[in-house]
Design a protein around this ligand. Structure first.
Ligand SMILES: Cc1cc2nc3c(=O)[nH]c(=O)nc-3n(C[C@H](O)[C@H](O)[C@H](O)COP(=O)(O)OP(=O)(O)OC[C@H]3O[C@@H](n4cnc5c(N)ncnc54)[C@H](O)[C@@H]3O)c2cc1C
Length: 482
């Protein structure tokens, strides 16, 4: 039995069925995807959450483990330009996975910055390799097993105990360049000012491997996973909100949803872990009080006219990223000068909007519900402020081109997706909450209750929840053979 048809739940269900387990998947929503959902109206199509696909080799391995080819099931392209960064002083910088144009762009921006990036990337590649080998690529069984001299060496070597911001400042000096080459930690919901140097691996995944776009958008991955799960024999039920379990000694004998009882030998919960402990298992768990990643204000804008010079991915950098991060991560307020991410996919994929029009996605990192923003009363004002800023900084005449818009706030993350305190990316990834210190993928006492997904090991993000699902299924196969 798998609960939750997000990417982790779909991967886990397909793999369990492939391994010979009779597998049922229960999802509270009307469709698969979870955070990686999709929304369509009037010929405009939006990926609701993730828009950047990294680390395709992880998906290749997951599909291969279920007897399928990821490249055939999810055709995709590597974007020629990763993104354009727009700075507050009007200057811009384009980064791409082809090193020569990236180095040239950096040198044009600040002489010598290209050579500095090459030196910095060597360290980032090392952090990436060490992390894949020691921290996320293999299942972490326990703290004691984790603490081998090799792993401790890898922790030190990957920069787990050094500050990312300090290292990048030594490498690049100018604060705007440092911001441009460290803000990627925000994909993990981390402030670059409070992140370990280890997380420069994120820059390597982008510049070394690239950013990918599946034909039809990120949701094409979800569609392919759902198809794969069904092909492997998974029985999927939508509109089933699991609300409890039936215990039998140190096991769970069934889960309950919509007044029905679903017997199971194994329960694999992929709903957000702190939520699953509290609302499905009915338990207090330390995860309820752990540090959380922030949330996001999301706008989906149906535009009557495209902006032809808008890259697929763009960022409007704040004047001082440090102050913006302070507002989000420390003060819990809507930033005075927010960072804004824009995705305009119709240049890469004409099918996501009617001809000449754009399905513009806007993401503003904001505090989760532990912060002090009253989203019910302030929603209209914060949306208006965001649109005004985008119009002033990058897209003149934006508001006049909007046919309609939809928005999502942290309240929607909590209410619709059951994300703990509306945190968009799950538990935070500071040093005390990663590796063996992140909640385990199995319940401590209930021996047939397992977890996968963003708030358990190894981490958040589509590739990492895919790894999470794969590792948890391998554990189930070892501990409770089919
Ligand atoms: C705005 C945003 C942007 C992001 N951008 C990126 C990106 O560009 N690239 C990237 O790699 N990652 C990105 N991420 C992170 C990525 O989306 C997540 O890490 C990943 O999708 C989490 O998958 P999951 O299966 O662990 O959880 P979820 O997607 O949350 O799936 C859990 C599922 O469980 C269901 N559920 C909850 N409670 C119950 C219940 N009681 N009964 C039954 N079902 C239940 C939910 O409805 C949901 O379908 C982004 C996330 C967000 C929110």
């Amino acid at each position: 039995m798998v609960v939750g048809a997000g990417v982790a739940g779909l991967v886990a269900a397909a793999r369990l069925a492939r391994e010979g387990y009779a597998t049922t998947l229960l999802e509270k929503g009307a469709a698969a995807g979870g955070r990686a959902g999709r929304f369509e109206r009037d010929g405009f199509r939006f990926d609701l959450g993730p828009t950047l696909l990294f680390m395709p080799d992880v998906f290749r391995a997951a599909f291969a483990a279920c007897g399928a080819s990821f490249d055939r099931e999810v055709p995709m392209t590597r974007l020629a330009i990763n993104y354009r960064l727009n700075f507050a002083d009007g200057r811009a910088l384009e980064l791409s996975p082809e090193l020569p144009p990236t180095l040239a762009a950096l040198d044009a921006y600040a002489p010598g910055a290209g050579a500095a990036l090459l030196r910095y990337l060597a360290g980032s590649a090392r952090a990436y390799e060490l992390s894949r080998e020691h921290f996320v690529g293999k299942r972490i069984r326990s703290l004691w097993e984790f603490l081998t001299p090799r792993r401790l060496g890898a922790l030190v070597g990957s920069g787990a105990f050094r500050s990312l911001h300090a290292t990048a400042t030594r490498a690049f000096g100018a604060p705007d360049l440092v911001a441009a080459l460290t803000f990627q930690t925000m994909y993990l919901g981390m402030s670059p000012f409070a992140s370990p140097e280890l997380y420069r691996l994120l820059l390597f995944t982008e510049l070394g491997e690239g950013i990918f776009y599946p034909q039809g958008g990120i949701y094409a991955l979800v569609v392919a996973l759902e198809r794969l799960a069904r092909r492997c024999g998974v029985e999927i039920h939508y509109n089933r909100a699991v609300d409890g379990v039936e215990r039998s000694g140190r096991s769970v004998a069934a889960v309950t949803a919509n007044g029905a009882r679903y017997p199971c030998d194994v329960a694999l919960l992929t709903a957000d872990l702190p939520y699953a402990y509290r609302h499905i298992l009915g338990e207090r768990h330390r995860s309820a009080n752990m540090r959380l990643t922030p949330s996001a204000l999301l706008l989906y804008l149906a535009l009557d006219e495209r902006y032809p010079d808008l890259a697929h991915h763009e960022f409007l950098m704040p004047r001082e990223l440090r102050q913006t991060c302070r507002d989000i991560f420390e003060r819990g307020t809507f930033p005075d000068d927010p960072a804004i991410y824009l995705a305009a996919p119709s240049g890469s994929d004409a099918s996501c909007a009617p001809p000449g029009k754009e399905a513009l996605y806007v993401l503003v990192p904001v505090p989760n519900l532990r912060g002090g923003i009253d989203w019910t009363s302030r929603r209209p004002e914060l949306i208006a402020r965001t649109l005004e800023r985008i119009e002033r900084r990058r897209l003149p005449g934006l508001r006049a081109r909007i046919r309609w818009l939809e928005a999502r706030t942290p309240l929607d993350f909590a209410g619709t997706l059951n994300l703990h305190d509306g945190s968009a990316f799950g538990l935070a990834h500071d040093l005390l909450q990663i590796g063996p210190l992140r909640p385990d993928t199995r319940h401590a006492r209930l021996k047939n209750v397992y977890f996968a997904g963003a708030s358990t090991r190894p981490a958040t993000g589509l590739p990492l929840v895919t790894l999470s699902a794969m590792q948890t299924v391998e554990r189930i196969c070892e501990e409770i053979p089919a």
